[in-house]
Design a binder for this molecule. Structure first.
Ligand code: NDP
Length: 241
């Protein structure tokens, strides 16, 4: 049997590495993305993985997107809630738009997706949900009150839902990456990265997207049924929680 997986934000960065690792391990994979058609089409051409465009912050679009994936690949067994954005600002300058966009994608998006695969997983008595949170949801980060709140919310959501899914064969876990070398991190000013971020990472480098992907594989495995409600930190030793 080949399980079906959706990876939100699965066409770039960490999500792309997760999509590729799942495919290589024999899963049927649908990679969702928001709007960067060029990147998504290049990803599809490179990997042969089907890409599906919808905005995770919109409940109805998520339902339509999931239906399209299920029509193409079959019922969804695995959901990796990876889509995420930043809209950084010190709090005294943060706008309601910056707050709402980040909460809408990084937290409400996780609800929108999970809610609409949940009933199917419950009825089939199997599900694997992995929520990509962040070190900054664990420790908080100045300039990211919106992002830290959303990512901390993802951890609470994970713990609550793990309890609800346990008897139905559904595991729900969170991964908290530290600084991983994707476009999101490369957008950080080089001087800030060199002087204020790298010195705090004991391993002395950024993480690789593939290093997050291998943990997703571990958590979604058939024999990972006793791992639920956990928060896995992957941060080069930067912060322990
Ligand atoms: P990238 O910016 O490289 O890629 C983001 C992906 O998410 C893209 O595929 C993008 O689609 C998609 N996306 C963004 N918004 C939406 C939306 N509303 N609906 C659907 N898809 C969307 O991000 P990263 O790979 O760096 O980050 C992935 C996840 O990991 C995020 O949740 C992030 O918060 C988290 N994380 C990242 C860390 C890092 O160091 N990079 C550290 C800790 C956590 P499109 O291409 O169309 O824009």
């Amino acid at each position: 049997m080949s399980r079906v997986a959706i990876v939100t934000g699965g066409s770039r960065g960490i999500g792309a590495a997760v999509s590729k690792a799942l495919k290589a391990a024999g899963y049927k994979v649908a990679a969702n993305y928001a709007g960067n058609d060029e990147a998504a089409n290049a990803f599809k051409a490179e990997t042969g993985i089907d890409v599906f465009k919808w905005d995770v912050s919109d409940y109805t679009s998520c339902g339509e997107g999931i239906a399209a994936v299920e029509a193409a690949l079959g019922p969804v067994d695995i959901l990796v809630n990876n889509a995420g954005i930043t809209r950084d600002a010190m709090f005294h300058k943060m706008t309601p738009e910056q707050w709402n966009q980040v909460i809408g994608t990084n937290l409400t998006g996780v609800f929108n997706m999970t809610r609409q695969v949940w009933d199917g997983m419950r009825s089939r008595k199997f599900g694997r949900i992995v929520n990509i949170s962040s070190i900054n949801g664990q420790k908080g980060q100045a300039g990211q009150a919106n992002y830290s709140a959303a990512k901390a919310g993802d951890i609470g959501f994970t713990k609550a839902l793990a309890q609800e899914g346990a008897r139905a064969g559904i595991t729900v876990n969170a991964i908290c990456p530290g600084y991983i070398g994707t476009e999101m991190v490369r957008a950080i000013d080089e001087k800030v990265l060199a002087e204020r971020i790298l010195p705090h990472i004991p391993v002395g480098r950024l993480g690789e997207p593939e290093e997050v992907a291998r943990s997703v594989l571990y958590l979604v495995a058939e024999d990972a049924g006793f791992i639920t409600g956990s928060t896995l930190t992957i941060n080069g030793g930067q912060y322990f929680h």
